[in-house]
Design a protein around this ligand. Structure first.
Ligand SMILES: NC(=O)c1ccc[n+]([C@@H]2O[C@H](COP(=O)([O-])OP(=O)(O)OC[C@H]3O[C@@H](n4cnc5c(N)ncnc54)[C@H](O)[C@@H]3O)[C@@H](O)[C@H]2O)c1
Length: 552
């Protein structure tokens, strides 16, 4: 995406476009304009009167002209009228489709819209005419008109749901999105873990600044050791090394074979040989450049070689961007189970550049959505819920959430990282709420390890579907909750079942790390969202839920 030069807010009346436009403009140091206000000024009368005296088509023509005038300007935030997007021609290249224009839809439920319009009418005094509120059944009228227009609002690349959010918060989010896609980066996230802080940067094009970022943070490092896999190395290895060298660092790079099997003692040994024979020093930096496999493997090696060197995570898969690169868990697998050998090491720096997703194969994109859905399910039990409901955001932005459509995906990665960072800051060593991040993973790990034919995210998706069913059997949640989470997983194309032997999966459960006093600890869903821990799940219940997702 180009540098963002203007933001246009669209959406139904009463969603706060004018106020939010003013606040976004303040944050960016830009100006704001409201096309309705501009039209009223041009006619010298208010909009209901323009409709009465000149008709809707005259108003729409004036609206187009006001929009065209505003869109010709730079560094401007434009609030549009509720019907501005009805005509599909408004998305043409000289209007909303103009390069450098970020269109954001503000959305709210009809009931919230009616409340907001009422409040506005009261604030403006009884003379203010609100046609939507007059007569019988204003709620029905708002709902019907909104429904008619919804398709035109959904054409924008990102929708923010404003029902419970303040205009200030929505303005912060929009300003962050502008930064994220303009190469400035989203606001930095700082994970203040007990062991050490971790600084997390999200933004398109950031990987090109990796050399400078590393050099600035570790000016005296003897060498920067880049670990990647064969695929990512082929795509980005040279660019990464060139960037490090251009910034004045001495860089070396090693590749490991792709896939889960590289999380092995054999590869750990190979990396130790490479580092130790190459003269690694305590102040050196290991850069894990790749998906979760590279992150976990290189992270474990960085945590243990010379009792620990500096670690930078540069995640390149969706799963690694939203989950594995953040939080400091590193590790490898053992024939007895996944991730059974590992260490905690907070990466001092995490550099997330969503543009790497352009080369990620579709199946891995799909797998990455599993951890995002997991965050949406557990969100109600984690700190910082004021940002709005992730599940609602996922549902409202279904069409736009493809890695090719940048604004929504960068924002979503940032939101997911923020959620995980808050959880890990509160509980780095998993004594409490960090365990919630294992939702779907107890069975997911056992499903994944039963042959390693499924990707991690695919196995976790099945684990979540099964966990929802166990939760409903325990009476913790309703059938509607199971259906809601199934629908979210379906929305992103995650599997509904896999051809596996349930007995093998059940056998794999006994080696799960999350056992205490011989009892399995389960993260169970709650009605309406959120989770809690339970250690009283009967094996028969697990088996029954498992049969819903694995069949030989
Ligand atoms: N440490 C944690 O907190 C944590 C959390 C979740 C998952 N994990 C671990 O993460 C691993 C799964 O991670 P993953 O799904 O990223 O798998 P992965 O590392 O195997 O990457 C997926 C595949 O995509 C390729 N790839 C990655 N980025 C690419 C890009 N930009 N362009 C083209 N190809 C690209 C890789 O070469 C690989 O073949 C599992 O081992 C899981 O246990 C760890």
């Amino acid at each position: 995406m180009h540098r963002i030069e203007r933001v246009v807010l669209v959406g139904f009346s009463g969603t706060g476009k004018t106020t939010v436009a003013r606040l976004v403009a303040q944050r960016l140091g830009w100006t704001s304009v409201d096309t309705d206000v501009a039209i009223e000024a041009a006619y010298g009368i208010d909009i209901p009167q323009i409709f009465r005296l000149h008709g809707e088509s005259a108003f729409r023509t004036a609206e187009r002209a006001a929009l065209a005038h505003a869109i010709a300007l730079c560094d401007i935030v434009v609030a549009t009228g509720g019907g501005a997007t009805i005509d599909p021609a408004v998305w043409s290249e000289d209007l909303l489709g103009r390069a450098g224009t970020l269109v954001v839809t503000l959305d709210a439920q009809p009931a919230a819209i009616r409340c907001r319009l009422r409040a506005q009418q009261e604030a403006e005094g009884s003379s203010a005419e609100r046609p939507l509120l007059s007569g019988d059944d204003p709620l029905g009228r708002i709902a019907r008109l909104k429904e008619e227009r919804q398709v035109s609002y959904d054409a924008s690349p990102i929708t923010l749901v404003v029902d419970h959010a303040t205009p200030e918060l929505i303005a912060d989010e929009i300003a962050a999105i502008v930064g994220g896609i303009s190469g400035l980066g989203m606001p930095q996230i700082r994970l203040n873990a007990a062991s050490a802080p971790s600084q997390i940067l999200v933004g398109t094009g950031l990987s090109r600044r990796l050399g400078d970022l590393v050099r600035t943070q570790w000016p005296r490092a003897n060498r920067v050791w880049v670990v990647t896999d064969e695929t990512v190395g082929e795509l980005y290895g040279q660019e990464c090394l060139d960037g490090l060298i251009a910034a004045g660092s001495d860089g070396s790079l090693i590749t490991v074979p792709i896939g889960e099997r590289s999380k092995s003692l054999e590869q750990v040994r190979r990396l130790y040989d490479w580092l130790l024979n190459g003269g690694v020093e305590r102040g050196d930096v290991v850069v894990a450049y790749g998906g979760g496999v590279v992150g976990d493997l290189a992270g474990f090696v960085a945590a243990t070689v010379l009792r620990g060197v500096e670690l930078v995570q540069v995640p390149t898969s969706l799963l690694a961007m939203v989950d594995s690169s953040v939080g400091g868990k590193t590790g490898i697998n053992h024939p007895a189970g996944k991730n059974l050998i590992g260490a905690f090491l907070q990466p001092s720096l995490v550099v997330i550049d969503p543009s790497a997703l352009e080369t990620l194969p579709h199946r891995h994109v799909v797998a990455g959505w599993a951890e995002i859905v997991k965050h949406a399910v557990i969100q109600a039990s984690t700190p910082g819920g004021e940002r709005g409901d992730l599940a609602t955001f996922l549902a409202r932005n279904a069409r736009a959430l493809s890695p090719a459509v940048d604004p929504a995906i960068s924002y979503l990665i940032w939101r997911n990282v923020d959620l995980k960072a808050r959880v890990v800051t509160a509980d780095e060593r998993e004594a409490g709420i960090r365990a919630f991040l294992n939702f779907g993973h107890t069975l997911g790990h056992a499903i994944e390890a039963a042959g390693y034919t499924l990707l991690h995210g695919e196995a976790v998706a099945l684990g979540m579907r099964a966990a929802m069913r166990i939760g409903s059997q325990l009476g913790l949640c309703e059938d509607a909750d199971v259906a809601r989470v199934d629908a979210l997983l379906d929305q992103f194309g995650l599997p509904r079942h896999a051809p596996l032997d349930a007995k093998l999966v059940m056998a794999g459960l006994t080696s799960d790390k999350k056992r205490a006093a011989g009892r399995q600890r389960w993260v169970m869903p709650l009605a309406g969202g959120g989770v809690k821990l339970r250690d009283d799940v009967a094996p028969e219940m697990v088996e029954a839920a498992l049969h819903a997702v694995v069949q030989p």
